[in-house]
Design a protein around this ligand. Sequence first.
Ligand SMILES: [Zn+2]
Length: 219
Amino acid sequence: MVRSKILGAAAAGLALGAGAAQAAPVASAADYVTVDGESKRVGSGATYRFEVQVQRSIDIRRKRFAAEVEGILVDDRSWTRSGAVAFKRVDGGGNTRVILAKPRQVQRLCYLQTRRYSCRIGEKVVVNLRRWQRGVPHWPDSRRNYRRMLVNHEMGHRIGHGDRNCPERGTKAPVMQQQSIGLQGCRANWWPTSSELRATRSLNKSSAATAAAAASFLE
Ligand SMILES: [Zn+2]
């Protein structure tokens, strides 16, 4: 119920956003700082060259944030394990942006009606500063693992996955479950499951993936 309400709000927001793009006070590129630094290409298959950007007014150690995001995505327990995607951090000319933004800015970027969520829209993976720093109250594990879940989940949308539900109480949550909203009786999990890795290998042929790539997601 909560879930459909939230998604409904997002859909409404997106529909509105599409027509109101010029009117919406979305920050310009100058409002973000791209963090210097590149990584090796890790994985094989479709390559996501991601830039890490931080909203300029955020007082945080940018390099540390970028290193943490990079560390999550190039970890061999992340999506590259599927053998179907590769990640490379770049500081220019990327096809994907991981953006750390304040709640109010996330709301603008993602056409949300609240400031609570992180989201993925187009080539942008938007990390909500509040969530990055505080997580969510119901999260049972470390902050580090919450961040892994957040980044893997939103990047999962970027590579074409939709959201998943908890398959069965007591089992490990798919990383594509909206665990920031609720665990649904599943155990917290921050790496793609074997089922999700399998699904990654057939993403390019799937029309659901095309639909997921076009849609906007929040949690
Ligand atoms: Zn999602």
